[in-house]
Design a protein around this ligand. Structure first.
Ligand code: AMP
Ligand code: MG
Length: 412
């Protein structure tokens, strides 16, 4: 039996980030930058107005009260406009280029318009540059916009678009195959025959992958047959950047997956008994020239979820180039007793976590618990990491892995 940290480190040590690829901005959202990107255009590209108002010459306003002749108007997108001479002003809209001769803008709210004779009265002194936006104020040519390793978020997409970039070199989103194993898994949507169950893990894992920004690939269901499992895992390795299978890694008579992963992974493979509950049996190896990781997770759905969070997701984030591999983890306040018996294992307990009025995060465990009770964890947004011992009492703090930060603030 090995510690959770050792099992996780064993997996991460076998992996390297995927080779970069050029993706459209839309596809690259959430990916990690693989190149340094420098600005090639200045933003703004020209002097323009930051307000709707009047472009004028500051020197005309020194007396503190002046009446200027309005000689025309310039809109955002206009390329040229007449030159402004002393005693003149021009209507100007936000984003419009500043007309030649002008050196500031008076916003419309401050101007007294006299439509009858096409004049405007300005009742204060202006300094050159007021309400103007200057070239390079946002971005200067040559400035470093992104460094390798930075994650591309929505504002980043906007910045790249403001520079005219339509694609970018990023680490690919890993394509991850999901295979379910087990003679008991029904292949039809119809009514179940004796002994059959529906395949929960495959849709569960495909959804978990999707939620975490990876590209899920459905590898279907396979029976507990050594040859078939070998073939399907090989195909998965050929087509994907990583493969997850569930079932068949325990000590049952037809638990072949651990053998197949051992066979395919050779030296790199390891069948582990991890000191965690749930999720104790775990098979892992890297397969083929591309060293594709293959994860053999236990079949109980709650175990599958826990193993995904502990081992699979951090590994896939490493492949994707992320530096932060794990979910946010911090100490939270227990609102209920959390008794347990010492068994040498780290217990992973689904819980509902909420920010309370005291500004702290409080948790209550899900009412029913068991590695086969998936419906009990639907509302959970955290996994408590309860160390070995006799448990904790209400009011104690416990380490929690937060799965859904948005729901920290949901009404309970
Ligand atoms: P195993 O790890 O293959 O021994 O399976 C452990 C338990 O998980 C058994 O009760 C299986 O029937 C169940 N199980 C395995 N695979 C799935 C699946 N894809 N969906 C739902 N339950 C499963
Ligand atoms: Mg099985």
């Amino acid at each position: 039996v090995i510690a959770f940290e050792e099992a996780q480190a064993f997996v991460l040590d076998t992996l390297a980030v995927l080779t970069p690829d050029t993706l459209t901005l839309e596809d690259a959202l959430g990916c990690v930058m693989a190149e340094e990107l420098m600005a090639r255009e200045s933003v703004p590209g020209f002097i323009n107005s930051s307000m709707d108002g009047f472009a004028l010459r500051a020197s005309d306003t020194v007396s503190g009260s002046v009446r200027l002749r309005v000689i025309g108007s310039v809109l955002a997108g206009d390329a040229t406009s007449p030159r402004i001479a002393a005693g003149e002003a021009m209507r100007i809209m936000t984003g419009a280029p500043l007309p030649e001769g002008a050196d500031c803008v008076c916003m419309i709210e401050e101007a007294i318009v006299e439509p009858a004779d096409d004049t405007v009265r300005i009742e204060r002194t202006f300094a050159p540059g007021e309400f103007l936006r200057h070239p390079g104020e946002d971005i200067e040519i040559g400035q470093v916009l992104f460094s390798p390793g930075q994650e591309l978020g929505a504002p980043g997409v906007g910045v790249l678009a403001s520079q005219g970039f339509s694609s970018v070199l990023v680490h690919r989103r890993p394509r991850v195959g999901v295979l379910s194993t087990g003679n008991e898994l029904s292949r039809s949507q119809g009514s179940l025959r004796g002994g059959e169950i529906r395949d929960t893990n495959r849709p569960l894992l495909l959804a978990l992958l999707h939620e975490s920004g990876f590209e899920p690939v459905d590898l279907g269901i396979v029976r507990d047959d050594l040859g078939d499992i070998t073939q399907r895992l090989r195909n998965g390795v050929r087509d994907c950047d990583a493969v997850i299978s569930t079932g068949g890694v325990s000590v049952g008579d037809v638990d072949h997956v651990k053998l197949v992963i051992g066979e395919l992974g050779g030296e790199s493979a390891r069948w582990m008994q991890v000191a965690i509950r749930p999720g104790k049996p775990f098979a892992y190896g890297v397969v083929g020239e591309e060293r594709t990781p293959v994860f053999g997770l236990p079949g109980n759905p709650v175990s599958t979820r826990v193993s995904f969070e502990l081992f699979v997701r951090p590994a896939l984030r490493l492949l994707a180039g992320h530096h932060q591999l794990t979910r946010p983890q911090f100490d939270v306040v227990l609102d209920d007793d959390l008794p347990r018996v010492p068994d040498g294992k780290l217990h992973l307990i689904h819980a509902v976590a909420r920010v309370h009025g005291d500004g702290r995060v409080h948790v209550v465990r899900t009412i029913r618990h068991g590695s086969h009770l998936l419906s009990a964890i639907v509302e959970a947004n955290a996994i408590l990491m309860l160390s070995d011992g006799v448990g904790l009492s209400a009011g104690d703090v416990v380490r929690a892995m937060i799965l859904d930060v948005d729901r920290l603030c949901a009404a309970s």
